[in-house]
Ligand binder design. Structure first.
Ligand code: SF4
Length: 266
């Protein structure tokens, strides 16, 4: 099986996609040991995935065509796996990689405006060692936090289909099986909330019925972890003031409180 360390040259026709991934090394560097190694193996599997024909075509097309501002850069053009501390108690779940963000840089929420907002807030909350996230080798380290996208490949118009979402969700199920310390999942937007609800059902800890409506600051306790709603830090939300920096800070402050309050391994 091809892995991120053993890419197939020329996989993307005419593209200039980076050939070697630092993912596995980064995961095991951050927390050596069995969990780190298992996450690294899962990460390698994710980054080699080609299960969704529409998304594979799109992510690779974007990587070849590029945005003018990034013309001289090599795009990743592959799935963006999770990133962070394997001992995390706080998991942050977004929607999908941005075409010229994670699909370019290879790390979730890296190289786009949403990531600027997210990691600045995580830094203020003490979950990230720096407020910026611009490239896989920029030195960003997360403490007690792990960040994922519900769908790992950039979708056209940021809209994965339900079939694509459901095809990708088993990766998040497996990630959460490995991330045994997670106590709080911050869901960035309704799509992530819905996806995490399905993951919880697969883990045997479904959301309550009737399903609580998604909202900013809404808390939904489950047997596995507490789901905490947060508006997505998309430009649509941050430009309009629907989401402000203090609102993000409140969410991460609450996430840390919940992680401290809840017993590990409940
Ligand atoms: S969206 Fe997920 S399942 Fe589909 S190709 Fe990408 S990594 Fe694979």
């Amino acid at each position: 099986m091809r892995t991120a360390q053993d890419p197939s040259p020329g996989e993307i026709k005419g593209g200039s996609v980076r050939g070697v991934s630092p993912y596995d090394r980064r995961v095991t560097d951050q927390t050596p040991g069995q969990v780190g190694e298992s996450l690294a193996a899962l990460t390698a599997e994710i980054t080699a995935c080609r299960a969704c024909p529409r998304l594979v075509e799109w992510r690779e097309q974007v990587a070849v065509e590029k945005r003018a501002a990034f013309r001289d850069q090599e795009y990743w053009g592959r799935p963006a796996p999770g990133f962070g501390d394997p001992a995390a108690r706080v998991l942050v779940a977004g929607l999908a990689p941005a075409a010229h963000g994670a699909n370019r840089t290879g790390r979730v929420f890296t190289g786009d405006r949403s990531g600027d907002w997210l990691f600045a807030a995580m830094h203020r909350a003490g979950l990230a060692n720096q407020p910026t996230s611009v490239a896989v080798d920029d030195g960003l380290r997360l403490t007690d936090a792990y960040v994922v996208a519900a769908v790992r490949c950039a979708p056209p118009e940021n809209k994965p289909t339900t079939e694509e979402r459901d095809r990708c969700l088993p990766y998040l199920v497996r990630e959460l099986e490995l991330l045994a310390e997670v106590q709080v999942v911050v869901v960035l937007g309704n799509f992530a909330y819905d996806a995490v609800g399905r993951v919880l059902a697969a883990l045997g800890s479904p959301l309550p019925r009737p399903k609580p409506r998604f909202g900013h600051g809404v808390e939904v306790p489950t047997a596995r972890f507490t789901v905490l709603g947060c508006f997505h830090p998309s430009q649509q939300n941050t430009f309009t003031g629907k989401l402000t920096a203090p609102m993000l800070d409140d969410v991460f402050r609450r996430a840390r409180e919940l992680a401290d309050e809840l017993p590990s391994g409940r």
